[in-house]
Design a protein around this ligand. Sequence first.
Ligand code: ADP
Ligand code: MG
Length: 624
Amino acid sequence: MADIIQLLPDAIANQIAAGEVIQRPASVVKELMENAIDAGGTHIKLIVKDAGKTLLQVIDNGCGMSETDARLSFERHATSKIRKAQDLFAIRTMGFRGEALASIAAVAQVEMRTRKANSELGVKLNIEGSEIKSQEACQCAPGTSISVRNLFFNIPARRNFLKSNSVEMRHINDEFQRIALANPDLHFSLHHNNNEVYHLPPGNLRQRIVGLFGSNANKKLVPVKEETDILKLDGYVGKPEFAKRTRGEQFLFVNKRFIKSSYLSHAVMGAYEEMLTKDTYPLYIIFLDIDPEHIDINVHPTKQEIKFDDERLVYNYLKVAIRHALGQHSITPMLDFDQDVNFGSFTPGATPTQSDRPEGSNSQSKVGGSFQPKEKSPTEKLAASNLKHWEKLYDGLGKSTAPNEEPATVNSTPLTIESQWSEQGQGNESSEKPLKSSKQPFQIHNTYIVSHIKSGFLLIDQQAAHERILYERYLDSLSKQQAISQKELFPKTIQVAPADVPVLEEMIPMVNQLGFDIQDFGNNSFVIHGVPANLNPGKDEQKLIESLIEQYKRNVDMKLGLTENIARSLAKSASIKRGQRLTPTEMQELIDKLFACQVPYKSPSGRHCFLTYELDELEKRFKV
Ligand code: ADP
Ligand code: MG
């Protein structure tokens, strides 16, 4: 019988290998960017068209390649990074398998331009489906530029399998963020369809985090740093009160390599223990540095998994280190008033000293400070207990201002400072009335609400407070998938900028879940049949939707999850604005609802919802 076994032709072998290494555009991004870093690039630019389906290009200023190396680099198992089996246990480069370029070239149309700094000319290579189409000398900057066009052009099944542009772009964004975080000393930029999404000059890790997640991130960070003989730990964890409902911002790196480990992420979550509100996830960006001898990264081609010699040791170390860091930095109390033993250094009722105050903490910490916790309640009951505590705060102020009760509505005209003055001016006949209304909340500059509490007063930012209320309501509706819609008597048609059409289309299913009833009418127009029942009345739909789209796009850059993004965007767009007059009833309702929130003291984007003014402190300030 004739022999039937044959070696596979390279092109087919490469295509098979590509199946493992290159799953989607984001995999190409990872491989090319890692190569750029391994090549010593300090300035790395990623260009993306159509979420990578049309083009992915990485340009670096690294060491470049000679003509021969350029050609060889596309062969399978061609690598400059390891030479012998032993090297596998001392890997400090990102790549080592020599599979990436071969795999990419097997499933796309690739053009490489590369030049070593000391060569006068570079080389340009075109490869398509593993086949070299052309090779010529070219003029180019020192370093390497690789463009990958029409990924999976020769494997229709895989190409069809790709997800929508927004999903693929999210994956690309993830990879980009991981690499940018792991290398804050390098310059990175990301361009998508001619927009510069990120521009990240070299800096330290904190600056890099801010560059990626926005300046808001800065105040959320608690540094972690510990070192032992075999293990070094460095990075930041998020303050518990900023924990989000999505896991988005959680990064663990081992020797600068992003890894996924549910075991180790459990250790991190364990360190927070009762500090987190139910179903919220803190930010963390943690770098473990271990002698490569003690780990095995050779587990999976995409290398997101890793094996440690002693995983339990790493687990415990991580947990203890983070707990320690949180303990040291937990002067900002959470609003659950149940300061517990986790906060080693925090004594309730004590005024935090200057030195142990975290940056960004201010008057809100007084809220906790003015309280003596009586009993411990599980954090799960946070919302309920918040309200309970707030009731205490208002104790003794008379019925009319106790939350949860209808405020006295003697006066239905909006009560502002001015009207108080005039009322007092003529209020000789009744000593009762001014007293009563002085305890009603009132508005200043149509922007802040003054609300009396036992120990002083609160100054509430009406917009921030309303955003918080709406945000929690929307998150709730989205998780329960129910909201009440109010049909418009006359459906309204709105026009949307052409570039925003796909954005709104993407948002519609969720936005409709919140009580809107929006339909795509084609030709850049949409019909609004209904709006959420409790929407701020008198809203101009066109403006509302425009603002919603704007917020949403901004939040996409911040890489919020879809639910989080929609809830935040709509909260911001539909909220009461600064400058808007409110009736006392509306003010009271706002206050009641704010303190029924899970996290009443910050707006979703991190602004304080209120500041506390204590009579004691005011008294001190008036003394000379
Ligand atoms: P690996 O990174 O595992 O070695 P790759 O297929 O990703 O395998 O790359 C093959 C080789 O091509 C690398 O070992 C390196 O020598 C060279 N190479 C790839 N990208 C670059 C680049 N951007 N600059 C310089 N050399 C590169
Ligand atoms: Mg590589």
